[in-house]
Each structure stands twice: as C-alpha cells, then as structure tokens.
Design a protein around this ligand. Sequence first.
Ligand SMILES: [Zn+2]
Ligand SMILES: [Zn+2]
Length: 228
Amino acid sequence: MAAELRRLAHNLSETSVEGSAGQRTAERLATEELDAGPLLEDALNGDTDAIARAATAGGYDPAAFAQLLELALQPVLWEAAARCAVLTDVDKWDRGYCPVCGSWPALAELVGAQKRRVLRCGRCGTWWSWLVLLCPYCGNDDHRALGTLSSDDSRDRVDICQHCHGYVKSIATFDSVPTARLAAEDAATVHLDVGAREAGYTRPGTVDVATAGIPRLVREGRARAGGD
Ligand SMILES: [Zn+2]
Ligand SMILES: [Zn+2]
C-alpha cells in the first residue's frame, strides 16, 4: 500500500498543475520517506480527523493528502470485496451500509428487465440486493414516507426518504457496472445529486448512529428485510 501511495503520488505530481498545493503534496509524498502504514489504517477506518491532523502537521494540502490515501487503498478494498463475495453471500446482507468497508452506498442499480434494486458501495464496489421501498439509511419502510424525485432523464431517478431526508440515486442498467467504472458512473450522474440537494435531501440522510442502516423490521427482530 505504501508503494501504491508513492506510485500514485508520483503520477499525480507529474500530471497536476505545477506549483499548486495538490502538486506539491503529491511530489512530497512520492519522494519523502513517510511512515504510511498508520495513515493508511486511519484512511481504511474512515478516520478523517486523524488524516486531517496528519496533513496539517506535515504541511500537506489536506484535500490532496486525503484523496491520495483513499486512492492508495482502492486495490486493497477491491481485493477484500472480491474475497468477501467468494466467502459469503454478501447479496443477502440486510444493512444499508457496505458489508465489506462500512461505507454508505454511492448509488443503486436497477438491474435487468425486472429492475432488481442493488446497492453499490462507491468505495470498494461491493453490491447487495435491497428492497425498493426501504431507506438504506434510517430503515424506514413506510411507503407513505418514501418517494421519488422526477428527473428529465427517464433512465435514472432519485429515491428519497421523508424520515431522514436521505436520497439514493438509481440508475437503470442491464448488467451491474464493473467496480472500476463505478466512480465514473457516479460522476456522470452528478446532476441527480445536485437536484436532490437542491430539494433538501442529503446522502446519507440524518440518522441516529445506534440504528443507522438497520431496517425497521430487523430492528424489531421480526424478519430479515433486506434482499428479495
Ligand atoms: Zn464497501
Ligand atoms: Zn430514511
């Protein structure tokens, strides 16, 4: 991972604007001897405060520093996701956050002719089936408090929750998007994010830490609510 970080930093330092804060950070990370292990661990745990502190202490550009660490982790996360998929049936996962890395879904896919709803982790690419009328953030399954924002594009849409004011964008696709292309798909549908935010929704919604991502039915111990 430390080698991956150095390689990425080297590439970025060559391609970014000479003299910019990001370029200087990349150049330093590519050449300096840095104990990257603990930092990568912080990045893996999503400890953004620790990363920001380290960036400030080292005099790095905080945004470029954090982004390079996250990118260096990607091959590891993809590998972990692939192994998890082999070892367990992640498709049966019944929480709204990723079973492999704990991130919230970047988007949902409506796969195939049946439009099966599948949540996709933007960080490691893991996918798992999810009910259409179920908020992945607060677990709300009351159809009266769930809705869809209309979009000019009929292919894609945004599902919203009135309880937590969270939104999930959905893209219709024949096959699941390959993990390496997921970030591009996320970026290509940024107009959906803009529309949702303008309408007052966030990703994720405002959720209670204790119950975040747990469907109501699971919380009440009645049945497994994820999957179909
Ligand atoms: Zn993940
Ligand atoms: Zn919700």
